[in-house]
Design a protein around this ligand. Structure first.
Ligand code: ANZ
Ligand code: ZN
Length: 829
């Protein structure tokens, strides 16, 4: 125990000193570097996932500063939203108080871990100084036709009593409370992100510094499909109805036609007919199913015949019109041509309702039995039963049919996107009020920019009723119309918190600016973010919305760049006993306890050493022990060397060429410079913290070996000093407290964290090679080239894999392998 370092005393000491020095921290003159971790939702205490995020950020911050970059490394709080409101409902504490308390505990934990932020850039999204500008941005969107009010079916969580975005519905259930989601029609505010669908796709080519998998997720979410819209004439009317299809080559296989239950034409077709009652009942029933479910392949397909027909414009055939749950009003045109032979869902539907199935594509190298079809044939192939198009390859046929449709004026090439407009209204209290007023005379009136912020009143009953709690707050609702001065009512919905987090990275650049959401000059300097770090769970929503905002700002001339985040690093999650760490599972490991028992440096090292940071990791207590042991090993090594090293005056520190340098000295110097090289590359180019740490461990081992092999009198104090100081300097970003203490013990006055990043000498780092001979029973059979410092084990391995030597002992039993380090390997057979 006596050999252990006192982490508590050391960490407290340096927190105190750093706090005092913080004021004076110099800003480097080098290239700007905006380093950003996704700001957290401060719900309760930070968990290990947060810790991992901040520690990675902190290491990079410290390394980049020492490499001479001018770094911006801000932190703030995503503070509006449901958890605060739900906690308030449960405990009776006002969301503001709950949030403030949580921010305090986050800050305390962050400080305890020795994480450095530019606290003078802190922002909190629920502060009027912040949401004033969120509202300002809403007004800009409104002015430019990008914030619109629409009546729309929405996902509704009956337990949270609120609308959910599609993204917040997971497997048909509310992401937050797991209640089954239903559908409801409401007038809501939307941001028209669909106007930017193509640009969100096209600009992905600017995102070379993003993980491939995130780009793919975004691409799938936008879901671009190429195909055609085709007009189908309605029998008994002079109207046509358009459908969207990705397979115009299957037009001859259409055997029925389906409208979405919400399609406006349905009403017209059934009115006053014998089908009316039943169809209305069906519509009612479908309305209760969530949109996400209806789109899912495994959901049961249901439908009804409407008693009417359309004409297939290619072969003039009459086909029956149905409604079905699996056709959504939100995609394409809300109507489809059904081709059961070649579409899974249509196939299932046709089987269920006994509708005809006609094969029009057959595999290129096979047959297909139309009368015994087990499933739809989805692939490409050769067109059959397709009039003049029969015999064409389906790829070719697609183009020919589209050309024909265009020529006849009954269809055209078209593109559809899965991406939906972003529903931003929430019927909740704890969010930024939407700055809109409704006036009986003037209609929808935006609040003038000068009247912002529309303050969120503090005294409301925020129990969920399905209506925004603000509706019951008279002094909020009742206002005068900014246009005519007459009585008017305020919009009582608040904004989705994703709105607040879609522009915070811009606010960070000029957090106290009062003339606009951000100061152009500061944003010009800092943006785009050079390195963004966060969880992969934000791969779709947050990142897509932030990209969308940036493009809108670009179009409005507010920023000069099209993408906000040049490089993205997505960290893996932390699991415990195979499950994601979460409060509800009760498997949370608190960073506090580790910091308390082992120190912040151990917690940091452990997280970084646990494996590649982009991969998910399984929590292990042994990892903590191991990290702690390593730090103690470093402590003892340095402290043991301190006495002899301190005796060196500074003029003696240079390694002189005159003094005799032993083989062991050369080896240690080589290792020292190799470690600088590897550590620097691993950390600053590859984010491979675990392998960087392994390199430090090797250096420590070699230093222990040096102390063992070379007697005290023969040790070269300069070589040893160089190794020791480099070790401490490299360890500094990872274990900042211990390193700072050791640096001081080594006799330095300045902070180790203010030193320039160490450079290495390529010449010294180069591993020297020597030739070793391989003998079989004492006879020379081969020569191999190996690094000088190769271990005996390695030498053996290489010798045994020599093909040339192997020929001489093939089929014989190896009795012994004798190695003479640096000279030879003798294989005795
Ligand atoms: C005929 C057809 C034949 C289709 C065939 C597919 C295969 P993706 O690829 O996802 O874009 N569709 C179109 N609008 C729809 C809606 N509102 N609700 C449900 N389904 C809809 O899907 C496009 C295909 O999905 C379209 O191509 C259409 O079915 C269906 F062998 O048209 B297809
Ligand atoms: Zn008015």
């Amino acid at each position: 125990m006596g050999n252990r370092y006192d982490h508590r005393q050391i960490e407290e000491k340096w927190h105190r000193i750093w706090e005092e020095r913080e004021e004076k921290r110099r800003r480097a003159k080098g290239r700007k570097y905006y380093l950003l971790e996704m700001f957290p939702y401060p719900s309760g205490e930070p968990h290990m996932g947060h810790v991992k995020n901040y520690v990675i950020g902190d290491v990079l911050n410290r390394v980049r500063r020492r490499q001479g970059y001018d770094v911006l490394h801000p932190m703030g709080w995503d503070a509006f939203g449901l958890p605060a409101e739900n906690a308030a409902i449960q405990t009776g504490t006002h969301p503001k108080i709950w949030i403030d308390n949580n921010i305090k505990s986050f800050k305390r934990a962050i400080k305890a871990l020795g994480i450095q932020y530019d606290w003078d850039h802190e922002v909190t999204t629920c502060d009027p100084d912040y949401y004033r500008w969120t509202q300002w941005i809403f007004l800009k969107f409104y002015e430019n036709g990008l914030a619109v009010r629409k009546r729309a079916p929405v996902n509704w969580c009956p337990s949270c009593n609120t609308v959910l975005a599609n993204e917040q519905v997971v497997g048909g259930r509310c992401e937050r409370c797991s209640t089954e989601v239903t559908q409801k029609e409401l007038v809501q505010w939307f941001f028209k992100i669909t106007d930017y669908a193509q640009r969100l796709l096209d600009d992905m080519e600017l995102l070379r510094g993003w993980p491939e998998r995130v780009l793919i997720m975004q691409q799938n979410w936008i879901g671009r499909s190429e195909g055609a819209t085709v007009e189908f004439p309605l029998v008994g009317s002079d109207r046509t109805t358009p459908i969207f299809t990705t397979r115009p080559d299957t037009l001859y296989g259409v055997t029925f036609f389906i409208l979405s239950p919400e399609h406006p034409l349905v009403e017209e077709l059934i009115k006053g007919t014998e089908y009316e009652d039943e169809v209305r009942k069906f519509q009612e029933q479908v309305r209760k199913e969530s949109l996400v479910d209806r789109g899912a392949p495994e959901v049961e397909k249901k439908g009804l015949f409407l008693g009417r027909y359309v004409v297939n414009p290619l072969n003039e055939e009459k086909v029956p019109v149905w409604v079905a749950n699996y056709v959504l009003m939100e995609y394409g045109t809300g109507a489809i041509m059904a081709v059961p032979a070649h579409d899974e869902r249509d196939f299932e539907f046709a089987r269920k309702y006994d509708l005809p199935i006609r094969v029009v594509i057959k595999p290129r190298d096979g047959e297909i039995d139309e009368h015994n079809l087990r499933e739809a044939y989805l692939g490409e192939g050769v067109m059959v039963n397709s009039g003049p198009f029969s015999g064409l390859d389906s790829q070719e046929g697609k183009k020919k049919i589209v050309r024909y449709l265009e020529k006849e004026g009954i269809g055209k090439f078209d593109v559809s996107y899965r991406l939906r407009d972003w529903l931003i209204s929430r019927q909740r209290y704890w969010g930024a009020p939407i700055p809109i007023v409704y006036c009986d005379r003037c209609g929808i009136v935006p609040v003038p920019y000068d009247d912002l912020p529309v303050l969120l009143p503090m005294n409301v009953d925020f129990k969920p009723t399905g209506q925004s709690p603000l509706t019951s707050c008279q002094e909020f609702v009742e206002t005068s119309c900014p246009r005519c001065g007459g009585l008017a009512k305020r919009e009582t919905d608040t904004m989705d918190t994703f709105v607040c987090s879609s522009w915070y990275y811009l606010r960070f650049c000029s957090p106290h600016y009062t003339e606009g959401p951000f100061k152009e000059e500061d944003v010009d300097y800092w943006m785009p973010v050079d390195q963004y770090i966060g969880g992969v769970e934000h791969a779709i929503l947050h990142l897509m919305y932030s990209r969308f905002f940036t493009k809108v700002f670009y179009d409005l001339g507010m920023v000069k760049f099209k993408e906000p985040f040049a490089n993205l690093f997505t960290q893996g999650m932390i699991y415990k006993d195979g499950a994601k760490m979460s409060k509800s599972k009760g498997n949370i490991v608190s960073p506090d306890r580790i910091v308390e028992d082992y120190g912040a440096d151990t917690a940091r090292l452990m997280i970084l050493f646990a494996g590649p940071p982009e991969l998910d990791m399984e929590w292990s207590d042994r990892g903590v022990e191991g990290a702690y042991r390593f730090l103690n090993r470093v402590w003892r090594l340095v402290i043991d060397n301190v006495k002899s090293l301190q005796l060196l005056s500074s003029s003696e520190r240079e390694i002189s060429s005159e003094r005799e340098i032993s083989q062991e000295d050369v080896k240690l110097r080589r290792k020292t410079h190799q470690t600088i090289k590897k550590f620097t590359q691993d950390v600053s180019e590859r984010f491979s913290f675990n392998t960087a740490i392994s390199a430090l461990m090797e250096l420590v081992n070699d230093m222990y070996k040096y102390n063992e092999l070379v007697s005290q009198e023969e040790q070269n104090p300069q070589v040893l000093r160089e190794a020791t100081e480099i070790l401490v300097q490299l360890l500094a970003p990872i274990a900042p407290h211990l390193s700072e203490e050791l640096w001081e013990q080594l006799g330095h006055k300045e902070s180790v964290h203010d030193l320039p990043w160490p450079s290495y000498d390529e010449e010294i780092a180069r591993s020297e090679e020597i030739t070793v001979v391989i003998q079989i029973n004492g006879k020379l059979r081969d020569r191999i080239t190996v690094p000088v410092d190769i271990s005996e084990e390695e030498m053996k391995k290489i010798a045994l894999s020599s093909q040339k030597a192997a020929k001489f002992y093939e089929g014989k039993e190896i009795k012994k392998v004798i190695t003479v380090p640096g000279k030879l390997v003798n294989i005795v057979v």
